[in-house]
Write a protein that binds this ligand. Structure first.
Ligand code: SAM
Ligand code: SF4
Length: 317
């Protein structure tokens, strides 16, 4: 469906849970989340009805995210049922990768086309620090399990944080030579939770170009990342400059949170509840949310925080 600004909105990002088995410092609080009652959250059937409603309005691509989607008990069933919906051409999952050793093969069998795996550092101590409770080894085994299960076109996403991992740009980029995977550097977004990160943490994506002069620009696709390549690499290097150079003009997505709130924009507090609605009600709400998409969100910087009104784990980054 085309919005008021002529943009084709064909991509739904569905957060299946706000829970997570990690506690990344830029994403969620140290003591986890304030658990909501089951009654407040979308049921599996409501999620599937929402995806059907979205597909009827022209949504073709679905990403399941969270929180950590793989901690959701019925994730395989959600994937399988979503992949079977007419009009949905691509089902992707964004994950921290730690549960992929157990789940990668089943996700593939359930019809998941693509995986994005988050990995911010290759240093075990720094991984433990940034995730508060994770181990690097688990995440690396996750990447390797995904490859073994046959997921090609894997994407490894690193949030670029000045003073934390900007000294690892070359090492992280090197993963695109070690694995047939794209490595994407995402600018840190100033969300509610990450007020502890000072000005120096907000490193622009251009720091990657400065650190890797051997990068050459490569063929672009319809994604938000600007694509480059290292010589002899198996995958691309992507820059997602959500802060220094937003991509609102090419925005193609809407978001649905695990508690049933449709969001026209990641960085807006505007939300439309679909909890408890039937298929027809969900179709109407989706139409409304697509037409409510703003031309652009307010500027973001260390001093100008997102108006999202939620932490990233409660939206679905
Ligand atoms: N748990 C999964 C994971 O970590 O991939 C999926 C959910 S997580 C919220 C999705 C993505 O959002 C991750 O790549 C994470 O690094 C990113 N993210 C979370 N908070 C962010 C922030 N403040 N700025 C930029 N990216 C962020
Ligand atoms: Fe969990 Fe992903 Fe947020 Fe890290 S970024 S706390 S893995 S939801």
């Amino acid at each position: 469906m085309v919005d008021r600004y002529g943009r084709d909105i064909y991509y739904l990002r569905l957060s299946v849970t706000d829970r997570c088995n990690l506690r990344c410092r830029y994403c969620m609080p140290a003591d986890g989340i304030c658990k909501k009652s089951h009654l407040e959250m979308l049921t599996e059937d409501e999620m599937i009805t929402a995806v059907q409603a979205a597909a009827s309005l022209g949504i073709r691509k679905l990403r399941l995210t969270g929180g950590e989607p793989l901690v959701k008990k019925n994730i395989l069933s959600i994937c399988e049922r979503s992949a079977a919906i007419e009009g949905i051409n691509e089902v992707c999952v964004t994950t921290n990768g730690t549960l992929l050793p157990q789940l990668a093969k089943d996700l593939r069998a359930a019809g998941v086309d693509r995986l994005n795996i988050s990995l911010d550092t290759l240093n075990p101590d720094k991984y433990a620090y940034i995730t508060r409770i994770g181990t690097l080894d688990q995440a690396i085994r996750g990447i390797e399990s995904a490859l073994e299960a046959g997921f090609d076109r894997l994407k490894i996403n690193a949030v670029l944080i000045g003073g934390f991992n900007d000294d690892e740009i070359a090492a992280l980029a090197e993963l695109s030579r070690r694995y047939p995977a794209d490595v994407r550097f995402i600018e840190l977004m100033p969300m509610t939770e990450n007020e502890e990160f000072g000005q120096q943490a907000y490193v622009p994506g251009s720091a990657v170009l400065a650190a890797l002069p051997e990068l050459t620009q490569t063929e672009q696709n319809d994604g938000v990342a600007k694509l480059y390549r290292l010589p002899d690499a198996l995958g691309n290097i992507g820059l997602i400059s959500a802060v220094s150079s937003h991509f609102c003009a090419a925005c193609n997505r809407i978001r649905l949170t695990a508690d049933g709130k449709l969001k026209p924009c990641l960085h807006s507090a505007q939300e439309y509840s679909i909890k408890g609605l039937d298929y027809a009600g969900m179709c109407k709400a989706m139409e409304r949310v697509i037409q409510a998409k703003p031309a652009c969100h307010a500027p973001l910087s260390a001093a100008e925080r997102s108006n999202a009104g939620r932490n990233m784990n409660q939206i679905g980054g």
